[in-house]
Design a protein around this ligand. Structure first.
Ligand code: GLY
Ligand code: MN
Ligand code: MN
Length: 437
């Protein structure tokens, strides 16, 4: 996308937020760099809210917005520093950042405290991601105290403090065309990675060898990072929902559950596929797999505008609970299994979450105690599963079967657009793909 167009989008988002604030000042810092050990850092990832409003990727930066009659959008960032740039790379510096990113003003980050004391004076309200970072909460309150100390000069400090995320989360929940383009790209790269993983899997390989295929496919296509730590879970490991060890030998006869997605320009994909290590489902694996696939189809069919958030989950749950009864995993009628929640032994998570800049994206799921209604532009995952641990009261053929099937769906005016459907998921498609030469 041409740079000018991009920056106009960020400026429009800032204006929208300023209009919603109506009056007051917002202080929105980006994420800190985090030391891993010694002089090594974790890979830097900007704060999603900050980036949503600026497109600015450097650390040590803060966005300040002033609402009211004379709205302003101000960036604080690192100064140019040729010596540091030799070591760590390019810095825009305030002057170039102001012009390139279209802020009304920009100042060195070292001036933040003094400038904020000036800017907060006589503002009625302060907006901040309250509670997100204790260090920032303390710093903002300390600066507000400095404003209060000017009372004898007739200057007042903000009397209201709001969590700016209440406004920003709702803005981010509805994706615009630029966001959807990034999500489609993340979905396409992640889909390619799952295809590659299916082709690479076979008995005798290690889980981390398959993880390496995924990561290589992400990166060689320009994804900046995995959107979350990939789960590559063979056999019983698939029954550990957040398994990330990825260090076990893949065995003939086992299933392999892969939950992996990449991040492109700040937007995540989140895909899970489960398939046989040897390329052929056993009868028992197929029974469970077809049940989860039917549950996913029911949930995807229910993901459309005008329905409430819980409806895809409830649709999947009915299929799974009936399936658990049919497989001898749960006893009693469908109503009894749903009522007692005995299904939770085998399906203990919900069927999806919002997806966007964060893999578990922001946005309320309920409004005033009601599940919210799906609208065009919302993006969510649909990811039913079934996790059967070894136990005396469970048919042995089903032991250690862990299956999840996860796709990413954008709500459109017509229904739901599945972004990740090109990753094979029918038994026939998976077995056809995995015929090894
Ligand atoms: N990969 C995280 C999730 O599926 O929610
Ligand atoms: Mn997910
Ligand atoms: Mn996932």
């Amino acid at each position: 996308m041409p740079a000018m167009l991009n920056h106009a989008i960020y400026a429009r988002r800032r204006s929208r937020l300023i209009n919603q604030m109506r009056r007051g000042i917002a202080v929105i810092p980006t994420a800190p760099e985090v030391t891993r050990n010694g002089d090594a850092h974790y890979p830097y990832r900007y704060d999603s809210h900050f980036h949503y409003l600026t497109g600015f990727e450097e650390p040590e930066a803060v966005l300040v917005l002033v609402a009211g009659n004379a709205p302003q959008s101000i960036l604080f960032c690192r100064e140019k520093n040729m010596e540091r740039e030799v070591w760590d790379g390019f810095r825009h510096g305030p002057e170039a950042a102001r012009i390139e990113f279209g802020f009304d003003a920009a100042f060195p980050i070292a001036q933040l405290n003094d400038k904020l004391v000036e800017l907060m004076g006589n503002q009625p309200a302060l907006f901040h991601p309250l509670g997100a970072h204790a260090v920032w909460d303390d710093r903002i309150l300390e600066l507000r105290s400095r404003v209060q100390a000017q009372a004898r000069s007739g200057i007042t400090a903000p009397n209201e403090i709001h969590d700016v995320r209440m406004l920003l989360d709702e803005m981010r929940l509805i994706k615009d065309d630029g966001e959807l383009a990034a999500m489609r790209r993340a979905a396409a790269i992640s889909t390619a990675a799952h295809l590659r993983a299916m082709r690479a899997a076979r008995p005798g390989r290690m889980e981390y060898e398959i993880e390496a295929e995924l990561l290589h496919e992400f990166r060689r296509n320009g994804a900046q990072a995995p959107a979350y730590t990939p789960i590559v879970a063979g056999g019983a490991n698939a029954c550990v929902l957040h398994y990330v060890g990825n260090n076990t030998l893949l065995k003939d006869g086992d299933l392999l559950l892969i939950d992996a997605g990449c991040e492109v320009d700040g937007y995540a994909a989140d895909i899970t596929r489960t398939f046989p290590v040897n390329g052929k489902f056993s009868a028992a694996q197929k029974d469970v797999y077809e049940m989860v696939l039917a549950a996913q189809a029911a949930a995807i069919a229910a993901a459309r505008p005008g329905v409430r958030w819980n409806e895809p989950h409830d649709a999947a749950l009915c299929v799974l609970a009936q399936g658990f009864i049919d497989l001898g995993l749960c006893q009693g009628s469908l109503d009894a299994v749903l009522e007692s929640e005995s299904y939770k032994r085998f399906y203990m998570h919900r069927t999806g979450h919002w997806l966007g800049m964060d893999v578990h994206d922001v946005g309320a799921y309920k409004l005033e105690d009601n599940w919210r209604v799906l609208q065009p532009g919302m993006a969510l995952t649909v990811e039913p599963g079934c996790y059967i641990r070894a136990a005396d009261d469970v048919p042995q053929a089903l032991w250690n079967i862990g299956i999840r099937i996860e796709d990413d769906v954008v709500i459109t005016s017509q229904g739901g657009e599945v972004l990740t459907g090109a990753a094979p998921k029918t038994v026939a498609a998976i077995e056809a793909l995995m015929v090894h030469t």
